[in-house]
Design a protein around this ligand. Structure first.
Ligand code: CAA
Length: 393
């Protein structure tokens, strides 16, 4: 029996309503803005409207895929997030309902910090390998929020990326070899009673770098490609400088001099979107991939390495090969529009949005329409989030 190629047949993204330039945060914090612009490599961050959450972002990204490919054959929706809205019910069910996906469908939420999206992709590939007629909708959706006036605040952001995983994919073939690494470490976590994470920033940077080394070693031990074979390197980008640190570590490990020019040319096309969106946790790696695809010369038939890191921690090094003609299937204009149509806001507006909270005592609320995406959170009634489809994308 011939095993079909399996991978990303379609990929689309969404982000939120507002954008805050980090000069605004610097105006409040008194920090030299170059710490953010240069030290972290971040210029701006998406700030969601109050009626946007991970479900509305996920549905906005996935709707573009459903509009192009329909719903036939989709029997699984995997939604990865670390911004869970419920302790029990999967956010994937709300997306299944909003998009009119078949009822004969498994809808599940996955969690392992920023790594969840990569794990969903691999699980999806397994489902398609067993039955190549099936297609799996994989969505990574997150809103990164840290304590006010904390070091992490400059790295906040929000986005969702949806991918259709199928046999004979139009965009990228998932290669079989993967390098894995898990270590029980308290670098970043969010107990159920908190809305923001606890984070040891310096420990998290070290843990990420350590994980890069171990995941690459495991990848090599399993017969993976050599560093020199890759046409691109996408890393999880909690902030752009982190990807630079990770790639520097990899090159050093392989005995390649990590000159500024080399690291920059290997990574620059992957960083254009996340530099102005900020961290989107599970989605960040795939926003990096979209940035590469939308800003590269032809990568037809060429392999790209992807490194996912989720605090706590799990890392995976895997790779895709771009399908011949993949460029015809990209949504470069839509991706750029999602970023450019965000409305710039001041630090004061950002603070006023941060101070809004949904009721936690079971009381009901109706939210004013604010976001500009096709789906919105209308409010809470009977302890349930009520979503609304506003308009077509
Ligand atoms: N001009 C240029 N650069 C400047 C500068 C200036 N005026 N002032 C400072 N810098 C540089 C610093 O030298 C430093 O660069 P290096 O790391 O290359 O030395 C950089 O700016 C940051 O400065 P600090 O380390 O002093 O910044 P900080 O103490 O405020 O914290 C942080 C930075 C730890 C990343 C913090 O933003 C944080 O906690 N972020 C959240 C956690 C995180 O993103 N961790 C990443 C790994 S974990 C992960 O990847 C999972 C995930 O998504 C969370």
């Amino acid at each position: 029996m011939t095993v079909p190629t399996i991978g990303i047949h379609d990929i689309a993204m969404a982000t939120g309503r507002y954008v805050m330039d980090l000069a605004e945060l610097a105006r409040h914090s008194g920090v030299d803005v170059n710490k953010y612009y240069i030290g972290l490599g971040q210029v701006a961050q998406t700030v969601p409207a109050f009626d946007e959450d991970i479900v509305t972002l996920a549905a906005t990204a996935a709707q573009q895929i459903v509009a192009r490919h329909g719903v036939d054959g989709i029997r699984t929706v995997l939604l990865a997030t670390e911004t869970g809205i419920d302790q029990s019910k999967s956010a994937a069910i709300y997306v299944q309902d909003l998009l009119g996906l078949p009822a004969a469908c498994r809808a599940v939420e996955l969690k392992q910090a920023c790594y969840g999206g990569a794990s969903a992709l691999q699980l999806a590939a397994g489902i398609v390998a067993r039955d190549p007629e099936q297609r799996v909708l994989v969505i990574a959706s997150d809103i990164a929020k840290y304590d006010i006036d904390s070091g992490g605040e400059a790295t906040q952001g929000a986005a969702a990326v949806a991918m259709l995983v199928s046999a004979d994919p139009d965009i990228a073939v998932l290669e079989e070899t993967a390098g894995l690494y898990t270590a029980n470490i308290q670098d970043f976590w969010r107990p159920n009673y908190r809305s923001t994470p606890l984070v040891d920033g310096k420990l998290s940077i070290g843990a990420y770098l350590e994980a890069v080394e171990h995941a690459w070693k495991d990848y090599e031990a399993r017969g993976g490609r050599g560093v020199g074979e890759f046409a691109g390197f996408c890393y999880h980008q909690p902030f752009i400088k982190m990807a630079y640190k990770a790639h520097t570590r990899l090159l050093e490990m392989k005995g390649i001099e990590p000159t500024t020019a080399r690291v920059h040319s290997d990574l620059a096309p992957t960083t254009i979107y996340n530099r102005v969106i900020g961290n989107s946790y599970t989605a960040s790696l795939f926003v990096g991939l979209l940035s590469l695809l939308d800003h590269s010369d032809d990568l037809d038939g060429r392999p790209v390495a992807l490194l996912s890191y989720g605090s706590g921690s799990v890392a995976e090094l895997f790779s895709v090969t771009l399908a011949p003609g993949y460029r015809r299937h990209l949504r470069t204009a839509e991706n750029q529009a999602a970023i450019s149509r965000r409305e710039p806001i001041s630090y004061e507006k950002y603070r006023s949005l941060r101070e809004l909270t949904l009721p936690e005592d079971g009381s009901e609320v109706v939210l004013a329409a604010e976001g500009h995406n096709p789906f919105r959170l209308r409010g809470i009634a009977e302890h349930s989030r009520i979503y609304q489809a506003v308009h077509a994308y």
